[in-house]
Design a protein around this ligand. Structure first.
Ligand code: ZN
Length: 124
């Protein structure tokens, strides 16, 4: 018990590292750490049922936040370049690129590309 009080006093002084205290008192470093954690116990992690997904989580629920962010307009506003940057696509690959743009609802962009004319790949 005397050692514990000595560790507590040295910890409260705050002048020595955990290792230095362990050498001075003659105990393993883990003992100093244990005494320190008992002096200032950490608050328990509070978990709750997420109102959206129903999982037991630390609120706010990271999974639901990530899903909401992925669906937000800001993520949909990422507009690909009119032509793939730095790529000289073969006509069939260029058609595929345009098809993907159409599938993603970027028909206006496809119209711009059509106006820009790709001689080897006439687009629809
Ligand atoms: Zn959730």
């Amino acid at each position: 018990m005397r050692r514990r009080e000595q560790i507590e006093r040295l910890l409260l002084e705050g002048l020595k590292s955990h290792y230095e205290i362990s050498v001075v008192v003659g105990v393993p470093v883990v003992t100093v750490l244990n005494v320190e954690s008992e002096l200032s116990p950490k608050p328990p992690i509070l978990r709750a049922v997420c109102p959206d997904c129903g999982m037991l989580v630390v609120l706010p629920c990271c999974a639901c936040e990530a899903q909401a962010e992925a669906k937000s307009p800001s993520m949909l506003e990422i507009v690909p370049p009119l032509k793939p940057i730095g790529l000289d696509l073969k006509p069939n690959h260029y058609k595929r690129y345009v098809a993907v743009l159409k599938r993603r609802g970027m028909s206006a962009l496809v119209d711009q590309i059509n106006g820009d004319s790709h001689p080897e790949a006439p687009l629809q």
